[in-house]
Each structure stands twice: as structure tokens, then as C-alpha cells.
Design a protein around this ligand. Sequence first.
Ligand SMILES: Cc1cc2nc3c(=O)[nH]c(=O)nc-3n(C[C@H](O)[C@H](O)[C@H](O)COP(=O)(O)OP(=O)(O)OC[C@H]3O[C@@H](n4cnc5c(N)ncnc54)[C@H](O)[C@@H]3O)c2cc1C
Length: 460
Amino acid sequence: VITQEIVKQLEIIVGSHNTSVDEAILHVYGFDVSDVSGTPDIVVRPNSVDQVSGIVKACARYKVPVIPRGGGSGAAGGAVAPTGGVVVDLTRMNKIMDLDLENLQVTVQAGAIIEDLNKFLKPHKFFYPVIPGSDKMATMGGVVANDASGMRAFKYGTAKDYLLGATFVMADGSVVPFGCKALKNVAGLDLLRLFSGSEGTLGIMADFRVKILPLPPSRGVLVAYFDTLETTGKAVIGTYQAGVIPSAIEIMEKSALEVVQKYRPQINVKIAEAMLLFELEGNVDFVKYQADKIHHVLDVLGVKETQFSADPVEADKLWSARSLVGAATSVLKEGYNRVYEGEDICVPLTEMPRTLVKMRELREKFGLGCVIFGHISIGSLHPAITIRKSNEMDWKAMKEMADEIHKWALQVGGTVTGEHGIGVARKDYMHLMYPEAYEVMKKIKHALDPDNIMNPGKIF
Ligand SMILES: Cc1cc2nc3c(=O)[nH]c(=O)nc-3n(C[C@H](O)[C@H](O)[C@H](O)COP(=O)(O)OP(=O)(O)OC[C@H]3O[C@@H](n4cnc5c(N)ncnc54)[C@H](O)[C@@H]3O)c2cc1C
């Protein structure tokens, strides 16, 4: 229970204008994009490590829940407050603190938005390669806390691969700086890897030192239309076996092509069983060389219909169908809207064709909408289920369908979440996925947060 005394203490730390107890505001903080909700008792907006530390110390004293929050774009209920408590909104801490180009690194506060960081780096011809589809909203803190990635994860890795250092505010409010300026460092246990993907359950990350890379000089996009789902998987594996690592290979199954065609007909996307989009980087000759290699792989597989461009405007046009699929999901079935459940599985590459077929079967079985697309380069799939949100039977069917999707991913050796995280939404699968390791995780959680005040009810 948040007493007036706690509220007063928090107001002293961040200033009363940086706290909210207004019901309407608290309501807004009760959501992310998942269907999990939970209204906090108070929202505080710190602007320094000291303030974050002060907030957590106050919460530790009274044993009240602390929920770190960045852009609120999470899809697992991680930043909401199902048991009430103090939401720490980090978006005021959005400064880029230090750019060190010679050492290929930048230091940023937790609330910096990924797109803003990349806009800042672009004139220097550098970029931060962890670019989720939500990069206009997602903050560095949220991205690291979820170990986020996106379309380019196979080539560039995930958030944890770029961490050189961070400042942690632990569950007792103590401030722990970690890491160094060197690009390689193996001193002791790697707390950066422990905290990345911890979803705010071990402490608050206040700032980060991250590695950055030079921007590739140019880009090309190759699009291929497939008559069978099975061939898509073969094309991906064949591409790697031909020695080509595209920066992205995305899949749009028929349902995804249909919704984009309906949503934005002027794009003229073709309807096929599936489409693959390959993004290729390097100088123009290298982009063309990679495209030739992929064309050869596709020829052998009998895939005839392709389009390729290394021209920036044309390449963007070829890519535009993929950019629109998220926005278009709701046009698949009239009156049906997207819910974020069962939407983030990742399976071994060889299981991708069977998984695509299975998703179609489940869509038939449950009679709901389901737009299928994903980052096939790495086996990541987003079967976006759509339902009539006012219909209770649809909710029930959706939960069953999501459960079957998750169990399928586990059955074929994959995971229930490739990038969106466990949060509240996928908590029930932790013990199925890791019967032994989940116990180890619980011990670590207990050692670092014995009173369970850090984001309770998430993962654990
Ligand atoms: C349209 C759309 C596209 C998306 N595409 C992708 C994608 O391609 N790849 C991908 O990985 N995800 C994607 N996501 C999911 C989501 O955007 C990412 O997980 C993102 O990293 C969340 O960042 P955020 O700042 O919004 O975090 P929030 O939603 O605010 O929080 C997410 C989690 O991080 C914790 N947290 C936030 N800040 C901190 C901090 N400073 N210290 C400790 N814990 C913290 C929160 O407690 C919570 O558990 C997408 C979401 C949407 C809506």
C-alpha cells in the first residue's frame, strides 16, 4: 500500500511536478501493447541516477513494488503494474551523454529512444544496429531489459551483443557501475548479460555504454514469391549455404500479403503462398554479387518470380509491403483486431516450413484471424492473432490457440519468445522450457531482490 508518507518522500526526490497520482494518468500507465493491464498507485519521472537511486531506496524501505518503464511498447505486460506500486518512467532520462567515435561507442541514458539515437549517429555515418520494429517508441532501457532485436538479428545480434557498460540501480537502491571502455572484457561474471533480458526484475538500468558500427554504404532489396511454404525454408538455408548473410530475410505468408494488398492496394503486392524479402548491404557491386548468389539458389528451387533493386527509392518501395503488415493486420477479418499473444515464437530454421503449416492449421481450427509474418532469417515468427475484442468466446479460443502455438514452439526445440520477452503474458511457460534452469534463475532473483520489489509478477 502506498501511503501519503511514501508519496511525500517520492515528491521530495523528483519534485511534485514529476509525480502523478491522477487517476486518468495512472490509467494510461496501466497498459503496454499486450492485453495485460495493471494500474500503478503513483508514477514518478526521475532525471538522474541519483533520483532513480533515491526512489528505489524509498520503495525498498517500505517494500513497495517498483516497475521500470521506458516507451511502454512492450508486448508482454512487463511495464504495467498488476499489483500496483510505483512506476518509474525513465523517458526524461533521454540524453546522449558522450559520443566516442574513435572507440566505436556512445553513452546514453536509459530513456533515449532508439530512432533518436540513430538519427544522431547518421551524420557521423555510424549506427546502433539493434533496431526493433518499434524503434520510434522503444527506449534503450526497454530494449536492453528485453534483449530486443528485430529484422537484422541474425547478422547483427541482439541488444546484449552491443553492451560495453551500464549503471545499475539495485533493488536496495545502491548504484553499481559496470563495464569499461574496452571493446572486449571478460573480468568476472558478466552482469551485462545477466541484466539484459531481465525485464526490470533485478534492478533499474540508468545508462548504457554501447558499441556502434559504421553504416553500410548501400543497400539492395530482393523480393521472391513462393508457390509452397516448404520452399521458403529451403531458400533461407540455401542462402546461408551459398555464403551469403543478408542483413534481413523476412517472410510474409499469404495472409500478410492479402492484408497489405487490401490496406494499401497502390503498393501492388502480389498474392502468393508466401513472399520472402532479402535485404543486402555493402557497396553496390557486393550487393549485386549477393543478389546473384540468391537468384541462383532460388533458380535451383524453381522460384521464378523475383524483383530486385539496389536503387534506394526502388528498394524502399519493395520493402514497403513489410513495413505495413503490422498496421494492416486488422483488415484480415472485418471487426477482428490484433491481440499480442502467441505472437513471438522462434524455432530452428529447419522447423520453419512445418511451423508455417501448423500456424495455418491452427487458424482454421480456431476460426480466428491470424496474419503470419516474421524474421525467417533467424526462425522468428509473429503469428498475429486477431479477434472480436467484445466477444468472450473469441478471447477463450485465442488463449487456447496461443497455448498451442507456444507448445508447438517448445515441441520443435524452439522458444515461446524470440524477442518480446516473458513478462506476465508468457510466465506460465518458464517451467516447461527450463525445469531446472528456472530454479537457478529464481535463486539469482532472490539473492539480488530478497523482498521481491523489482517488477514483481514478471518472469517469476
Ligand atoms: C509495433 C511494435 C513492433 C515491435 N517490434 C519489435 C521487434 O522488432 N523486436 C523486438 O525485440 N521487440 C519488438 N517490439 C516489442 C517492444 O517494442 C520491445 O520489447 C522494446 O524493447 C520495448 O522497449 P520500451 O522502451 O517500450 O520498454 P517498455 O515497454 O517500457 O518496458 C519493457 C520491459 O523493460 C523493462 N524496462 C524498461 N526500461 C528499463 C530500465 N531502464 N531498466 C530496467 N528495466 C527496464 C520494463 O520493466 C518492462 O519489463 C515491438 C512492439 C511493437 C508495439
